[in-house]
Design a protein around this ligand. Structure first.
Ligand code: HAM
Length: 469
């Protein structure tokens, strides 16, 4: 079909959506708040490319993971390069650390980032194909305090945006040595049930037994209950590290629950792994993929379908109540070598799934600071005033006063009515006469008193006014 023949209205790709209005500002406000917390804790920002070479993820995330096997958006450039739309941020940050020689900097290097990520998953509540994460990474130390700081930061950011009731599911998958023995036992256990397992798991026994614990197939999940537990296979060193992390959590009153089958869906992890879910630790199922949350998910999806037919409620897009993880992370001491570093580089980090925490109730509260309450409504009347009005607006910006206005409107009463409705404390009225005299009228919207201020003195006047905002 040529473009001329296409009759249907254009649609965004499946699992991807436009952000605007309150929702857009809530994302912006969230990133503002999260970045501020990261900066106070000593992290510095980094932005890595949205496209990376595919080897980075094949080697970093692991070839036998859902992400690499099924979910990556890959593309071949005209020059023949094989690139991937980043499905996650940690591998790219580690790549940048190595490429930019950040080992030369004082260690550890602490970085934060935010932005879009892409996974070709089945879109459903809380699961998009384009989604946003805020992540923090501490690279260059093995110390357990780094693990604790990362978990603390995740919990803290969620609390600051109004999600105080969370539970941290935590586990240790040990170092290489601990894991070697465990994996042997795990494969041995699953081999006994091989005929009942899904095709993927049959293969996993051979290529990557740890992934057996991550299978979403209900039949395979049945066997998880009696599978050997990694915690009993930890080396003394790994045990000590895990114990220290838990001590830090206790000292900070962070509620956690040890989940011995938590391995996470990415291969680069070692030692500490964790996920943060909404709810009380006593009540929430010990695994975000548990039958309980699966059941809830199916129900939510059914409801979704129903409302889609009737009227699509924006709240149906949000996932918090379904028990999906709001954030996830862990330590990744072998990632650097896996993607080509000659030396071992330790790291630990987390990312928050921002799309899962922006709910309609939270939208207004999360507005970025500048939008939270416009203090002045700017009213212009007539062409003379319009000509000069952009200069007046610039004086307001320089005084750091966010304003609202309706440049399309011409009448005083119409604009004043909007100012009343917006509940702003002041209006600036700029009419024909004021434009000629180079003055503005400052109107107190509460007591309706007005004063005339020369434009040359407006900045100083605003400074005084700001004290009453
Ligand atoms: P992840 O668990 O794959 O870890 O993703 C982190 C969070 O991103 C999840 O807990 C979830 O909230 C959100 N998320 C993941 N997939 C989707 C999706 N399709 N739609 C909406 N939200 C989603 C990582 O990505 C690691 N890089 C975390 C990390 C950082 N580990 C160490 N440092």
């Amino acid at each position: 079909k040529t473009p001329r023949e296409i009759k249907e209205p254009p649609l965004s790709p499946k699992g991807m959506r436009d952000l605007m209005g309150d929702e857009y500002f809530a994302f912006q406000g969230f990133f503002e708040k999260a970045s501020e917390i990261a900066l106070y804790y000593g992290f510095r920002p980094i932005e890595t490319p949205i496209l990376e070479r595919s080897e980075l993820f094949l080697r970093g995330i692991g070839e036998d993971t859902d992400i690499v096997e099924k979910e990556m958006y890959t593309l071949k450039t005209k020059g023949g390069d094989q690139l991937v739309m980043r499905p996650e941020g940690t591998a790219g940050v580690m790549r940048a650390y190595i490429e930019k020689g950040m080992r030369q900097l004082p260690q550890p290097v602490m970085l934060y980032y935010g932005g879009q990520f892409f996974r070709h998953e089945k879109p459903q509540k809380g699961r998009y194909r384009e989604f946003r994460q805020f992540g923090m990474e501490i690279i260059g130390t093995k110390k357990s305090i780094a693990d604790a700081m990362i978990i603390r930061a995740a919990v803290l950011i969620l609390a600051e945006v109004g999600i105080g009731d969370v539970c941290v599911f935590i586990n240790s998958i040990g170092d290489k040595e601990s894991r070697a023995n465990f994996i042997k036992e795990l494969a041995h256990y699953y081999r006994k049930h091989i005929n009942d397992l899904c095709q993927d798991c049959k293969r996993r026994i051979r290529v990557n037994p740890l992934r057996l614990l991550d299978c979403k197939n209900p039949k395979c999940k049945e066997y998880k209950k009696d599978a050997p537990e990694i915690l009993s296979y930890l080396s003394d060193e790994s045990k000590r590290h895990f114990k220290e992390v838990l001590e830090y959590l206790e000292a900070q009153n962070i509620r956690y629950r040890i989940n011995p089958t938590l391995v996470r869906g990415i291969d680069y992890y070692s030692e500490t792994v964790f996920e943060v879910v909404k709810g009380d630790c006593e009540e929430v199922a010990s695994d975000s993929d548990s039958p309980d949350s699966e059941e809830k998910l199916v129900k939510a999806e059914e409801k979704n379908k129903r409302t889609e037919k009737e009227e699509k409620e924006p709240s149906e897009l949000y996932a918090e109540d379904v028990g999906l993880a709001l954030a996830g992370g862990g330590r990744y001491d072998y990632l650097a070598r896996a993607i080509g570093s000659k030396k071992d580089i330790s790291g630990v980090g987390m990312s928050i799934g921002v799309d899962r925490i922006i709910t309609p109730e939270r939208m207004k509260k999360l507005h970025p600071r500048i939008l939270r309450k416009p203090k002045i409504y700017f009213i212009q009347l007539g062409f003379e005033a319009k000509l000069k009005s952009l200069n007046v607006i610039e004086i307001l910006r320089e005084a750091r006063i966010p304003i609202m206005h309706s440049l399309g409107k011409d009448s005083l009463s119409g604009q004043l009515a909007i100012a009343e409705r917006m509940d702003v404390p002041y209006a600036l009225i700029f009419g024909q006469k004021e434009a000629i005299d180079d003055t503005v009228i400052v109107r107190n919207m509460k007591n309706r008193s007005q004063s005339i201020v020369p434009i040359g003195k407006l900045a100083a006047h605003l400074k005084k006014m700001k004290q009453n905002f």
